[in-house]
Design a protein around this ligand. Structure first.
Ligand code: URP
Ligand code: ZN
Ligand code: ZN
Length: 466
C-alpha cells in the first residue's frame, strides 16, 4: 500500500483551521498531527511540502451532466474529459444525473449512466436520477434505486412536453421518495409560464439568444419555489431545490430555510455561474450570448448579492456547477431560434478556484464556509459523509493542496473541459489548486492529470437522514 505524507500545510475543515501534517496509507487518512515527519517520513513513499498552502477536503460537485442527451444533441464532456477537468480544479467527486427517458424505466437510465462512466471516469462519482415519467412502475422502482445506492430523485417543473411533471405527479414522487427515505431534488421554474413566453417571442420574430433569458424571468422561478415548497409541506417530504438563481426565488424559500423545524427539511443549492456572471452577457454581439444559455438563465447583479448573502447566512448550503457543456457548433443548432439552443454551461473545472477567489479572497465567505459549501455539506446531504467531505482519520484521503496566493487567468486555451470557449474567459483569480489527491493517490500535480482512465469509483450512497 502506498504511503504519502503531507507536511507543513494548514488543514481547513468545516469548523476549524490548524497547522498539521497528514499521513495517508493506501486510500485512507491514517494520522493527523503536528510533526508527523518524526514518525512517518522514513516509511513514506512520497513527502509533499504544503508550506504556505491550505489543505481542503476534496471538492464535491453535487450537480453535473456528463454526456447528457439534450434537445438534438449530447453534452460534449464525457465522463473521461469532464471528470479529468474536475480533478484538475480540485473536485474529487461528482454527482451526475441519470435521466429517465420518458416511457422507459429508471433501471434503464441507471444502466445507461453506469455504462457511460465505468472504466472512464477518473474522479469518484455517484448518480441522482431524473424522474421524467411517473407511473406505477416508476413508483416501484424508487425502492430499487435506493437499494442500488441512488438515493436522490430530480423532478422538473419546467421543460413542458419533455421532462416536466405536473403537480399531481410531483406529489406522487414525493410521497414515495419520502416513504423510501430518499431526497427529492427539484428544478423550480414554471414550465407553462415559460412556454407561453417562448411562443410569444417566437411569434414576434424575437429569436436571438437573449430571448432565452427573457422567456425565463425570475418570477417563473419564484412561483415554482413557492409551489414546490407547499407541495413538499403537504407531503412532509425533504426537498432540495437545485440551481437557485434569483433573489426572488430565495425570498420565497427564505422563511422555511431560516426556520429549521422538526418537519422535513428544505435545502437550497446555487451554482457558481449565478454568483459571478450576470445577464449583461446576453447583450454580447451576434450569437455570442448563446454561450450563456442555461436554465434558469443568468440574472442581475442584485440577484448575485442576494445569493452571496444567502451563502454567508447559511440559507444556501451547496454551490454546484450544473456542468453541461456544449460546443459553439452545438449551440448553433439554435442560431435561428433560441428555443433550440442546447442549454447548459461548462464549469466543473473552475468551481473551487472561482469560489475561493470571488468568495474567500474577496471577503464574502470564511474559509470554513467555503469548505462547507464545496464539500462538507454535499457529503452530508447526499449520504457520503464521513468517507467524503472530511479530513479525519479513517476518511478517504481526498485532499486538495491549495495555494491561496497563486494568480492565474481562466481561458479556453488552457482549460481541460471539452468545450471551445469558456464562459469565464479572461477572469483573473487568486488561489489555485496545486495538487489533488483522490483516495490516497496524487491524481493532479500542478495542472497535470495523472489518474489512469477508470480510476474513478462509483459511490453507492446512504439514505437521506434528518
Ligand atoms: O440549462 C441547464 N441547466 N441544463 C442542464 C439541465 C438542467 O436543467 O439542470
Ligand atoms: Zn435543472
Ligand atoms: Zn442540471
Amino acid at each position: 500500500m502506498s504511503r504519502l505524507l503531507i507536511q507543513n500545510g494548514t488543514i481547513v475543515t468545516g469548523e476549524d483551521q490548524y497547522a498539521a501534517d497528514i499521513f495517508i496509507i493506501g486510500e485512507k487518512i491514517h494520522a493527523i498531527g503536528l510533526d508527523l515527519g518524526h514518525r512517518f517520513s522514513v516509511s513514506a513513499d512520497e513527502i509533499v511540502d504544503a508550506t504556505g498552502c491550505y489543505v481542503f477536503p476534496g471538492g464535491i460537485d453535487a450537480h453535473t451532466h456528463m454526456e447528457l442527451p439534450l434537445k438534438a444533441t449530447t453534452a460534449s464532456d464525457t465522463f473521461a474529459s469532464g471528470t479529468g477537468a474536475a480533478l484538475i480544479g480540485g473536485t474529487t467527486t461528482i454527482l451526475d444525473f441519470a435521466n429517465q427517458v420518458p416511457g422507459k424505466t429508471l433501471k434503464a437510465a441507471l444502466k445507461d449512466w453506469h455504462a457511460k462512466a465505468k472504466g472512464k471516469a477518473v474522479c469518484d462519482y455517484g448518480f441522482h436520477i431524473s424522474v421524467t415519467d411517473f407511473t406505477d412502475r416508476t413508483r416501484r422502482e424508487i425502492a430499487e434505486c435506493i437499494k442500488a445506492g441512488v438515493t436522490s430523485f430530480k423532478t422538473f417543473m419546467a421543460y413542458k412536453g419533455a421532462l416536466m411533471l405536473d403537480d399531481g405527479q410531483l406529489l406522487q414522487v414525493m410521497e414515495e421518495v419520502k416513504k423510501q427515505k430518499g431526497l427529492v431534488l427539484t428544478h423550480a421554474e414554471n414550465g407553462d409560464l415559460i412556454n407561453f413566453l417562448i411562443e410569444k417571442y417566437r411569434k414576434a420574430g424575437s429569436l436571438g439568444p437573449k430571448f432565452h433569458a427573457l422567456s425565463r424571468p425570475s418570477i417563473a422561478e419564484a412561483e415554482a419555489c413557492s409551489r414546490i415548497m407547499d407541495l413538499a409541506r403537504l407531503a412532509d417530504c425533504p426537498l432540495y431545490v437545485v440551481h437557485l438563481s434569483s433573489g426572488d426565488g430565495l425570498g420565497r424559500l427564505a422563511p422555511k430555510l431560516c426556520n429549521a423545524e422538526k418537519r422535513a427539511p428544505l435545502i437550497a443549492e446555487t451554482c457558481v455561474q449565478y454568483l459571478v456572471l450576470d445577464d449583461s452577457r446576453y447583450s454580447q454581439r451576434g450569437f455570442e450570448g448563446a454561450k450563456y444559455v442555461l436554465s434558469p438563465p443568468l440574472r442581475t447583479q442584485s440577484d448575485q448579492k442576494h445569493l452571496w448573502a444567502g451563502l454567508a447566512s447559511g440559507m444556501i448550503r451547496v454551490v454546484a456547477t450544473d456542468h453541461c457543456a456544449f460546443t459553439m457548433a452545438q449551440r448553433r443548432l439554435g442560431v435561428k431560434d433560441f428555443s433550440k439552443i442546447p442549454n447548459g454551461v461548462p464549469g466543473v473545472e473552475h468551481r473551487m478556484e472561482l469560489l475561493y477567489s470571488e468568495g474567500v479572497h474577496r471577503g464574502r465567505l470564511t474559509l470554513q464556509q467555503f469548505v462547507n459549501i464545496t464539500s462538507v455539506n454535499p457529503a452530508k446531504i447526499f449520504g457520503l459523509h464521513p468517507d467524503k467531505g472530511s479530513i479525519s482519520t479513517g476518511a478517504d484521503a481526498d485532499l486538495v493542496v491549495f495555494d491561496p496566493n497563486e494568480k492565474h487567468v481562466i481561458s479556453a486555451n488552457s482549460h481541460h473541459m471539452n468545450c471551445d470557449y469558456s464562459i469565464y474567459e479572461g477572469m483573473s483569480l487568486t488561489g489555485a489548486c496545486r495538487m489533488t489527491i483522490l483516495r490516497g493517490k496524487v491524481v493532479v500535480r500542478r495542472g497535470k492529470l495523472l489518474a489512469p482512465a477508470g480510476y474513478g469509483k462509483f459511490l453507492p450512497r446512504k439514505k437521506f437522514e434528518y
